[in-house]
Every structure is written in structure tokens, then in C-alpha cells.
Write a protein that binds this ligand. Sequence first.
Ligand code: FAD
Length: 433
Amino acid sequence: MDKTYLDRGSTSLLKDIDTENYNVVLVSPRAYFLFTPLLPSSTVGTVELRSIMQPIRFITRFKNREVLFIEGSCTDIDPEKKLITVEDSSEIKGEVSKQQIKYDYLVVGVGAENATFNIPGVREFACFLKESWDARKIRSQLLDSLESAAFPGQPEEEIQRLLHMVVVGGGPTGIEYAAGLHDFLEEDVKIWYPEIAGKFRITLVEATPHVLPAFSKDLIEYTEKTFAENKVTILNNTAVKKVNQKDIVVLNKDKELESIPYGLLVWATGNTARPLVAALMTKLGLAAQAQRRGLTVDEHLIVAGSDNSIYALGDASATKWAPTGQVASRQGSYLAEHFKNLYELKKKAPNSDSKVLLSQVDPFVYNHRGSLAYVGGDKAIAELPGNIHLSGAATYFFWKSAYLSNLFSLRNRILVGFDWVKCKMFGRDIGRE
Ligand SMILES: Cc1cc2nc3c(=O)[nH]c(=O)nc-3n(C[C@H](O)[C@H](O)[C@H](O)COP(=O)(O)OP(=O)(O)OC[C@H]3O[C@@H](n4cnc5c(N)ncnc54)[C@H](O)[C@@H]3O)c2cc1C
């Protein structure tokens, strides 16, 4: 039986899947997995990007039977013919750069895109924080802004603009990025750039009344208090209306339009469906696929409107759970178990209808293990099952150990641990390529 994966939450599926009974084909434009929770740290040099990346082949080479890995993008899914189109998305292409692959089962785990809400200028001028190249771009622009601000003769107003770092979105990604940036500016940049020290500003813009809406009230208050102590401004109830090259236009809490000049703009406002997912939703029909943020799935993660051969997991799906790595990874392990059970049932009753077989397979169940966020100045917050709320310096050690243990491999753990020690001993690297 052939099964095709479109990469990643798929990592946990790939780790657990039994390759004895299924021919597995993995399609992804990138030949590595990226541990996104530490991506904000990589933009300021607290950890190296390579330390949080793991080659896909590290997993595939340990499977019982060969997993075919194709470095390419899936550009079309044909649910009628059970075919996907894969295109080589790399710069160097051979004679063949497009293929069609047949599947018996398809798992769509392509993640999601950054939501821009069609606000003009976001795609042109803002930096996103999702992929490794986003982190490199942020780092380059950040250091560029610092150098330009330090350029002799720079007018004071321009220095103020260049050193104003604006983060849009008060979810965990925006908060952790602003927190890491604060540490970098305070602990490292101040030493290396004494001429502009004390002139940096960080502003976090959030459209709703408070940051971190998924956390409890006391932890939100703790975060806002810590940010205020660290002189990171939070503008709640403030909606971005337009992004220009050097400023953003916001509707502020007094419902007035205001221009905010910036040197670096990081956009972290959540997810929207990728074009591939949106196209599949259209093919399956609005009656089955009415949610815009991803594929609607049933209790077995089967895509609604499909013939029970297409599954979706992680950020590509729209479920009642937040789009997190924790959910995606649990869904991946569930699907590995699901396919194992399905195979056994099919072996016993080869002619059974798929609906009958599926009725005998357990549905997906999710147990939330808690939420964490780094808030700056060696402090973190944690909301754990059993209504346990933690905050402060000790929680930061918990945050570190949780992230360390969740990395893909021992190699990643050693590299990240080493980066943290290096950062404490020598400070963060301010060099760039
Ligand atoms: C900065 C940041 C910090 C985060 N921190 C946390 C955290 O602390 N805890 C937590 O639980 N979650 C966190 N998340 C969320 C978490 O990263 C995602 O929820 C998780 O990665 C979703 O997994 P996924 O497999 O659905 O998608 P992804 O991890 O996005 O993987 C999708 C993969 O599909 C590939 N792909 C895309 N298009 C195609 C195509 N057309 N064909 C084939 N392959 C394709 C992509 O290259 C990618 O490799 C964070 C996210 C970000 C951006």
C-alpha cells in the first residue's frame, strides 16, 4: 500500500510509522526539520540555526524499509485520480523537474502560511518568523539597522527610527521574539555599540485588549509587568492598517490613525491556509470545507469531503485545538497507530468497506501538556495541567529543560546546550554573513 506524506508534524508520524506494511513517500521542499520554538532565539544568536535543524534522512535511514524522500513541493492534489503533482523547487534542476505520484493514502501536513489579513505592505516590508530563511533575514536586517544608526552624521530622528524594533502580534511567537530581542539589545548590543546604547526601543502591537490570549489572567499580567520593567512597550487594542517601508499606520486605542516609524518590523499574527490547502478545500466543496484557516477533519483526522483516503494534521488542519507543534506531533503519533490498526483490520477482512473498518479504529484524543513562553530577562511563564501557573526565573529553567528535551535528537540537544553555555560565557555573536 502506498502512502505519501507532505512533511513534518509528519515528523512524529514518520518516526512511529511501520514501514513494513506501507510504502512511504515523503515530499518536502526542505531536507531538514526545524525546531520552531527556538527560532526566535536564533535571530539574535542565542542559539545557532544549525543547532535546531535536523536532516530528514536522519529519521528515514533508521526505518526498517526504505522511505522514498523527494525534495520538492506538492503543487496539486487530485482527489479524484488519487494523484499528487510534485515539482522540484530548488534552484538547480535536472531534465525532469515535475512528477505525478499516485497514492492510496495521503497525509497533508504542509503547515500554514503567515496571516496578513490583506493589510497593504505586509508582504513587501515586514519580516516573518516561520522558516530558517526568515530568521536569517531578521538577523541581517536587525544588524543592518544598528550599523546604519551608528553611521557617522546620522540625524537624531533617523537614529530613533532605525533603533525602533516593532513586533506585530502578541501571541507566544511575538512575545518570545520581543523578549529575546530585549535580552540581545540589553546584554550584548549595548556593549558593542556604546554610541547608540540607550536609544533602542521595542514596541509590541496587539489588536486585542491583552497579549497571550490563550494564557490565564495572572500570567498575562505577569508578562505585561515584566515587559514594562524591561521597557518594552505593549500597545494593546491597536490594529495595523498599513505597512510602509519606514513606518506602520495603526488605528490606536483612541481610534485615531497614527504613524509609527520602525527600523525592523516582525510580523507574527498567526496562520492562514497555504494555496495548496486552499485549492484542495475548493475541490472538496464548501459544504465539507467551510473553514478558511485549514482543512476540516473528522475524529480520525480524515479530511471532510474526501473518500477516506486523505488525512490532514498539524497547522494544515482546522481543529478545536490551537495550531501548535504539540498538537501536530500528537496527531502524527496517532496517525502511525491509526494506520497500523487499519492494516490489521484490513488483513482480517480484506473486502470490508472503509467506513466499517474505520468504525473499529479509536478516534484521536488530545491531552494538553501545558503552555510555556519566555518573557525576557531570564524569566518565563508556564500554564500546566491541573491549573498550575508558574512564572519567574525558576520557570525559565523549566522552559529550557522542556525545550531541550523536545528537540529531535541527542545531537540537537548537545548543540543547543553548548550554544547556551557559549552565550553565557562569551555573549551573543553580533557578526553576520
Ligand atoms: C516562531 C515559532 C515558535 C513556535 N513555538 C512553538 C512552541 O513553543 N510550542 C508549540 O507547540 N508550537 C510552537 N510553534 C508552532 C509550531 O511550530 C507549529 O504548530 C508546528 O510546526 C506545526 O507543524 P506542521 O507539521 O503542521 O507544520 P510545519 O512544522 O510548518 O511543517 C510543514 C512542512 O511542510 C512543508 N511544506 C510546505 N508546503 C509544502 C508543499 N507544497 N509540499 C510539500 N511540503 C510542503 C514545509 O516546508 C514544512 O517543512 C511555533 C511556531 C513558530 C513559527
